[in-house]
Design a protein around this ligand. Structure first.
Ligand code: ADP
Ligand code: MG
Length: 321
């Protein structure tokens, strides 16, 4: 019987819902692995890398299922897990350290996308004198995910460099400003297959009954506060008009380009905005998207008619060593 070690990042003492979510992912993955006849164990990865190495060795695992999203609450340490796993001869699921680093740093990711001619909204970083910025922008953390640090106040207008500098000084996170794309929002999930990556059915996020002037964004509340207006009025939809066929095809092609350009493995989700003229922009590439049952990736696999067992098998079959 094959042994799978499920690796999770150590949680911080005051873990918020976005951080605790990894435990739900671990539970569903573990259940599915057991159902499929694997022997499973769990380990938490902290900043003591020697300790984690010893745990991996002692587990005698044939494969490590890497669910590390942050270590001690720090999302910027996400790439340490695949980097460490790369140093031992045990295959591990998901993307490797380069892909994880290049996608989790949003500014690095955007520079790579610009070089690869993948459309992404224009942006500026603090102190950058070479790029101009005017109009509506959104100020976002460079190294977070799960909409941490994103709310209605993140949207700014006017003197963008000055506003960015102000937020940079006040915020304990590194931030950048990205052109705000008014329009539609899509998530495209991609999963490994025998003959290369497969794009799952595209999902659109519908902003229902948002009052005039309220930014149509998926901020922190929309993802994590079940009692909030935003949580209850951002609805995932897989239904499209025929008129969207060309756009959806374009989103699929761009998602596959992202997979190739970043060298992804296993599974991923690409987040898009589409402006009012129908031009798509990649906001970010998630190399380790949430796979719990209420998340977009899982919903897309269901929509494709895939069982969770098949999802896990595909992820296990596309490991890095
Ligand atoms: N440039 C943008 N234009 C419009 N909305 C944006 C933009 N950037 C982010 N958002 C909104 O904020 C949400 C979270 O941003 P994203 O870049 O995907 O970060 P995260 O890693 O936190 O998911 C998006 O789903 C979208 O609703
Ligand atoms: Mg996102």
């Amino acid at each position: 019987m094959k042994k799978v070690l499920i690796l999770i990042g150590e949680l911080s003492d005051s873990a918020a819902p976005d951080e605790l979510d990894v435990l739900r992912q671990a539970r569903v993955v573990e259940e599915e692995l057991i159902n499929s006849g694997y022997n499973t164990s769990r380990a938490f990865m902290g900043t003591d890398l020697g300790k984690t190495l010893r745990v991996i060795e002692r587990s005698e695992a044939d494969i490590v299922f890497n669910l590390v999203e942050s270590i001690g609450g720090k999302a910027e340490l996400i790439h340490i897990a695949p980097a460490l796993l790369k140093s031992v001869p045990v295959p591990f699921t998901g993307s490797g350290p380069e892909a994880m680093m290049n996608t989790s740093n949003k500014v690095v990711a955007k520079r790579i996308m610009e070089m690869a001619a993948i459309p992404t909204p224009r942006f500026i970083i603090t102190g950058d004198q070479t790029r101009k910025a005017s109009g509506r922008y959104i100020i976002k953390p460079i190294l977070e995910d799960a909409s941490v640090g994103i709310n209605d106040d993140s949207i700014v207008e006017g003197d963008i460099p000055a506003k960015l500098s102000l937020v940079s000084i006040k915020s304990y996170r590194q931030v950048f400003a990205e052109e705000y794309i008014a329009g539609r929002e899509f998530n495209l999930s991609v999963i490994a297959g025998k003959n290369g990556p497969v794009v799952l059915p595209p999902a659109e996020i519908i902003f229902r009954d948002f009052p005039e002037g309220k930014p149509e964004i998926i901020g922190y509340n929309a993802k994590w506060d079940e009692s909030s207006f935003e949580y209850n009025n951002t609805i995932r939809s897989f239904e499209f008009d025929r008129a969207d066929a060309l756009l959806l095809e374009e989103l699929k092609e761009i998602s596959l380009s992202c997979w190739r350009v970043f060298g992804l493995n296993g599974y991923a989700r690409v987040d898009f905005r589409v402006n009012e003229s129908g031009k798509p922009f990649v906001l970010e590439v998630n190399a380790n998207p949430c796979i719990s049952p209420d998340a977009g990736f899982y919903a897309a696999t269901l929509q494709a008619g895939m069982s969770f067992g098949e999802v896990i098998e595909r992820i296990l079959a596309d490991t890095s060593v």
